[in-house]
Each structure stands twice: as structure tokens, then as C-alpha cells.
Design a protein around this ligand. Structure first.
Ligand SMILES: NC(=O)c1ccc[n+]([C@@H]2O[C@H](COP(=O)([O-])OP(=O)(O)OC[C@H]3O[C@@H](n4cnc5c(N)ncnc54)[C@H](OP(=O)(O)O)[C@@H]3O)[C@@H](O)[C@H]2O)c1
Length: 379
């Protein structure tokens, strides 16, 4: 018997949803029976048994469906928290990860996209600093079920208190991008978090950094964190419509990628200590020519050595590709900078959950300024 595409999607969704947990609401009820917190009991008593969620039924297609799935219970004796998700954010390219990195993204659970979230804690382990009612933000690992759903799960180590001066939508724009930027600059890039130490700030004050897509989701955080850390010069690449915007974030110079090829710029300008590339391809290839001897070339898009030109001149350049880690303590530092007015979120646009196609299409256009946000539900 021939099966239609519609039936295939329906079968997939039902099988995936069934495999998630046969009796989730009963499990949550059992967990709550042992709770002594009236606030926790009150919040949990209003939980639905089924929630709205986005699903990617087929890893070979970037099509998504808006469907219903059971509420995922947290596991007892773990650091899992159940979070009411208020806003989330797609990441460029994420619907191709399962296809392109089959060993990295397990398919033993339904693929719900979007790994950023802002929301309210519903249930928490007894010793957690994030108790029911706490306002949190986080980026959870892409190896787990994502956050484009009304309730999601996050671990203590991944969570941080949401910046008090941000809306839910602004807060959801921060975690993945700011964590990637933080780790590029201060874990892999040889810079010090200059707001924590005078010596680190002084060392950064001799450094010149190049960011290849300075108006991008990650780019806006690279510019702001490098500037907050006291880097001497931050050079950003951006289109002409974003030049003033990127300067306003703290870039000392903006290269207009539509007017000047990066290889040409490298011939006429002082080389940099660190490049952080977000684009790969031709830009990454040209970026090799912008790094000084002993400098660092990072990319979160593609391993730099796969785009290394034959005529590279600088010596002893360290090159690295990395995948960011979700670390709540780094989000604490970012929150402190945001609350102190040293950095700010950049939201390209906000879409309702039912408008997920428009939201993902905007991201796929490759021409967003900051992050595209999906508002999952009201507070
Ligand atoms: N490895 C990791 O852990 C990790 C973590 C986060 C993200 N990533 C990856 O990093 C990449 C960037 O992510 P994102 O969210 O920052 O991207 P994004 O926000 O979707 O990037 C869009 C931005 O790129 C700019 N842009 C496009 N072409 C450009 C060019 N030739 N030169 C300069 N700017 C250009 C656009 O500016 P215009 O409108 O002016 O064109 C726009 O502002 C993605 O591939 C993502 O998957 C990897």
C-alpha cells in the first residue's frame, strides 16, 4: 500500500511522540507528590498533558510542522528543571545538523529545533538555585530535544538568571550567540575577560581582532564582548547598511564586504592578532591573509585548515574550529554586562510560534541583523 507524505509525517510524529514517554503526566504527578513546595505544586497543577511544539519529521528536509506532543517529565535525582518556555530562537543552519553531523545529533528523540530559551522554572531539584518561579535563560545542547515547545528541560549547570532589564524576547536572543562569542574570544582566542582583571585588560589593549560577520547573531556579541574586554581595535565586516550599526556596538573599523574584498584589505592594513570567522568559504580563505605571525584564526562555520590558501604568508598561525558549550556561569557574566549597560541584545524580528515558517525563512535568508525570535507563549 502506498503511503502519502501526509501519512508519513503523521506516523513519524506519533511514533516519535509515543517514544518520548508513555505516561508523562503521571510521572510528573508522582514527582510532585513528593514536593513540599506549595508554589511548585500550584505551578505544576496547571500543567497541560500535551503541549505545542515544532518538529522536524525528516532530517533530509528542512520542513517543520507545528504539532502536539506530551509534556516531557524531568528525571528524578538529576539536575533537570522543567521550564515554561516563553521565547526561543532558531540558529542559522540548525535544520541541516542532523543530516550533516549524524554522529553528533542523535535521532533517538523527536527533533525539536531551537536551543535558546527564556522562561520560568516550573519544577526544580530541591537544592537548585533556580526554584519554581525563577526567570531564567539558557542555551541547551543540540544533542537533546530543543526548545521550540511550550515546556522544555534544562540542567542546573546550563541555567542562569535572566537579565532583569530585558524582555523575554530579548533574553532569548542572547545565550547561543553570546556563549559562542565568549568562548571564541576568552576560551579559544587568547584574550582575557578584561572586565575581571586589570592585567587582562592591559594585555587585551595591545590586540587587534577581526570579525567576519559583525552584524550577525554571533557577530554582535563578538564586537561587544571584545570591546568590553578592552581590545585595542575591533574590525568588523558588514554590509553598507550595517556599518553605522556595527560601529555603534564598538567596532573601530567596518569593512564593507560589498565594496572591498578581504584579501585586498589585508594587503593595505595592519594584520590582526585574532580572527573570528562566522562565514567559512571564500571569506575564511581570505581571512588567512589577515592574521599576523603567531596569531589565531578561529571559525565556528568550518575548520580553517579546510580553507587554507596555498599562498598564505604568516607563520605559526593557530587555527581552530570549535562547537560552543552551554555554560551557565558564562551567561552570568554576560547578564552582569547587560545589566551594567556594557552590552545589549540585538533582535532582528519577533514571530509567533504559528509563524515559524516566516521565522526560519528569515534566518535562512542569511541577512538578519542580530537574532530572529519565536515567541512561544504569553507569560
Ligand atoms: N560552532 C558553533 O558552536 C556555532 C555556534 C553558533 C553559530 N554557529 C554558526 O555560525 C554561523 C553564523 O551564525 P549567526 O547566527 O551569527 O549567523 P546569522 O546571524 O544568520 O548571519 C547573518 C548575518 O551575516 C551577515 N553576512 C552575510 N554574508 C556576509 C559577508 N559576506 N560578509 C559579512 N557579513 C555577512 C549578514 O549581513 P548582511 O545582511 O549585511 O549581508 C547578516 O547580518 C552559522 O553558520 C551558525 O550555524 C556555529
Amino acid at each position: 500500500m502506498e503511503i502519502t507524505a501526509k501519512q508519513l509525517v503523521a506516523n513519524f510524529s506519533q511514533q516519535s511522540i509515543n517514544s518520548l514517554n508513555p505516561h508523562p503526566i503521571q510521572t510528573i504527578a508522582r514527582q510532585l507528590a513528593s514536593s513540599t513546595s506549595p508554589q511548585q505544586e500550584q505551578m505544576a497543577s496547571s500543567l497541560p498533558s500535551n503541549i505545542r511544539a515544532l518538529l522536524q519529521p525528516d532530517i533530509h528536509s528542512t520542513d517543520l510542522i507545528l504539532t502536539s506532543m506530551p509534556l516531557q517529565p524531568t528525571q528524578p535525582n538529576t539536575s533537570e528543571h522543567l521550564i515554561k518556555v516563553l521565547a526561543t530562537a532558531p540558529c542559522a543552519g540548525e535544520l541541516l545538523w542532523a543530516k550533516n553531523f549524524p554522529g553528533f545529533i542523535p535521532r533517538d528523540h523527536p527533533f525539536v529545533p531551537c536551543f535558546d530559551l527564556s522562561g520560568t522554572v516550573v519544577t526544580a531539584p530541591p537544592a537548585s538555585p533556580f526554584q519554581p518561579g525563577a526567570h531564567v535563560y539558557t542555551r541547551t545542547p543540540a544533542t537533546r530535544t530543543g526548545n521550540a515547545r511550550e515546556y522544555a528541560v534544562a540542567l542546573t549547570s546550563e541555567l542562569a538568571a535572566k537579565p532583569r532589564n530585558l524582555s523575554w524576547e530579548e533574553a532569548a536572543s542572547v545565550p547561543l550567540s553570546a556563549l559562542t562569542a565568549y568562548q571564541a574570544l576568552f576560551v579559544h582566542g587568547g584574550l582575557a575577560a578584561g572586565w575581571k582583571s586589570e592585567a587582562g585588560r592591559a594585555a587585551n589593549g595591545t590586540k587587534r581582532v577581526l570579525i567576519t560577520a559583525a552584524a550577525a547573531g554571533v557577530g554582535v556579541w563578538l564586537v561587544q564582548l571584545a570591546r568590553a574586554a578592552g581590545v585595542r581595535e575591533v574590525v568588523g565586516i558588514a554590509g553598507p547598511q550595517n556599518a553605522e550599526f556595527v560601529k555603534g556596538l564598538g567596532a573601530s573599523e567596518v569593512i564593507d564586504y560589498k565594496a572591498q574584498e578581504l584579501g585586498e584589505w589585508a594587503k593595505e592594513n595592519e594584520k590582526v592578532d585574532l580572527v573570528v570567522d562566522l562565514l567559512g568559504g571564500k571569506t575564511l580563505e581570505s581571512a588567512w591573509g589577515t592574521v599576523k605571525d603567531g596569531g589565531i584564526l578561529l571559525s565556528v562555520s568550518q575548520p580553517p585548515n579546510t580553507a587554507k590558501p596555498d599562498d598564505r604568508t604568516s607563520k605559526d598561525v593557530q587555527d581552530k574550529f570549535f562547537i560552543m558549550e552551554p555554560d551557565g556561569w558564562q551567561l552570568d557574566e554576560v547578564r552582569d554586562l547587560i545589566e551594567a549597560g556594557e552590552a545589549k541584545p540585538v533582535v532582528d524580528s519577533v514571530w509567533k510560534l504559528e509563524q515559524f515558517k516566516e521565522a526560519f525563512a528569515k534566518v535562512a535568508s542569511g541577512h538578519t541583523r542580530g537574532k530572529v525570535i519565536i515567541k512561544v507563549q504569553d507569560d
